[in-house]
Structures are given as C-alpha cells and as structure tokens.
Design a binder for this molecule. Structure first.
Ligand code: CA
Ligand code: CA
Length: 197
C-alpha cells in the first residue's frame, strides 16, 4: 500500500513539473481583425527554451501550441507573424519581459509558424498561406541561408525569431531538429476577454 501511495505521489510531482515546463513565460492578446462590435482576438504565448530531450524540437513546439486552447474547437498553433503590427508586438513582448536573455533562451531564438520544409525556398505559414514576393517579411541580414553544416540532408527549414549579435528578433531559418528553442504560439480567443491594454 505504501509503495502504491509513493507511486501516486511521484506521478503527481512529475505531472506538476511537466505542466510547469509547458507554461508560457509571457502572453499578450491582440485584436487582429474583426469589427468593433464583433472583435476577434488572438492570444500570443511566448515559451522559453525546450528541454534537450524534447525532440523533434520544432514538431514538439508545434504540438504544445496545438494543445493550447481557450475554448474547445479553437486550438493553437505556432504563431503566424505575417504582418508588421503583430511581429512588432511580439518582439516588444519578448524585449519588455527580457525573454531574449540567456536565462530564457540559451540557443538564441524562438520558433514561429513559418517553414520551407515542403519545398526548399518556398515559405509556408502555419495557417496554410504561402509567403509571396510582396508579402511582409523581416529576415535578418544574410538570411535565409539554408545552412547545411549540422544537417546536410535538410539544411535549415524552420524559422525563428533570432536573438544573436544584434539581430533583435529578425527572422532566421534554423535547423528544425538540431537545437532546442523557445517558441511562440497563437491561440484564437473567441471572447476577446483577455485583451491587453
Ligand atoms: Ca530551407
Ligand atoms: Ca539560417
């Protein structure tokens, strides 16, 4: 009986530790579209770096986002930062909470919902939109470069907000599964009840 009780206690502790590892470090809710009477909002959640064993890293980040929701039927996903307003607000959120420091991300970046995994050089957002020539983009200088040093077969296909040597959250294509990263989720908020001031 005692052994059983101890087992349950250990399981509970494991659950608490697991749950706390899944909590966002900062959130902001933005009114992104809709009318004054029927506003539509999205809650953005910024997570600090994953654990070393959270492989495959970008896919695991994506799974955490999918597990987030405010109401059933409104699942999250890696954030679609396809306009300057939202992209800027998220980078402000990271900066004001000092999440770009090593304490949150040792590996200098946060995955977002943009990748060219399907077709090299053609970037798709997680909402299914393909990034066109005239669409908003915010690449760091010299990026994307599809560096193949650590992954000769795939190169770099998963985009991050990059914080290294003054890049200040501009975009960089990063390996999808070579380094644990922070990440940014978006969760539709049908009630707009957590709208930031
Ligand atoms: Ca690539
Ligand atoms: Ca790169």
């Amino acid at each position: 009986m005692i052994t059983m009780d101890l087992k349950i206690i250990f399981m509970l502790i494991a659950c608490v530790v697991y749950a706390s590892a899944q909590e966002p470090a900062a959130t902001v809710t933005l009114k992104t579209f809709g009318s004054y009477c029927f506003p539509k909002c999205i809650r953005y959640e910024v997570y600090c770096q994953q654990d070393e064993d959270d492989r495959p890293y970008q896919q695991k980040a994506s799974a955490v986002c999918r597990s987030r929701f405010i109401r059933r039927g409104y699942a999250g996903r890696l954030a679609v930062l396809n306009n300057g307003y939202v992209d800027g607000e998220i980078r402000d959120l990271i900066k004001s909470n000092k999440l770009h420091k090593k304490k949150c991300i040792k590996n200098h970046g946060f995955f977002i919902g943009l990748s060219d995994s399907r077709s090299e050089g053609r970037y798709d957002w997680k909402n299914g939109d393909r990034m066109g020539q005239n669409d908003y983009e915010n690449w760091a200088r010299g990026q994307p470069d599809n560096d193949t040093k650590l992954d000769r077969r795939n190169g770099q296909d998963c985009v991050q907000l990059w914080y290294r040597n003054g890049t200040r959250g501009k975009w960089d294509d990063e390996y999808c599964d070579e380094r644990p990263k922070g990440f940014v989720c978006e969760v539709p908020d049908p009630y707009c009840h957590t709208l930031a001031k």
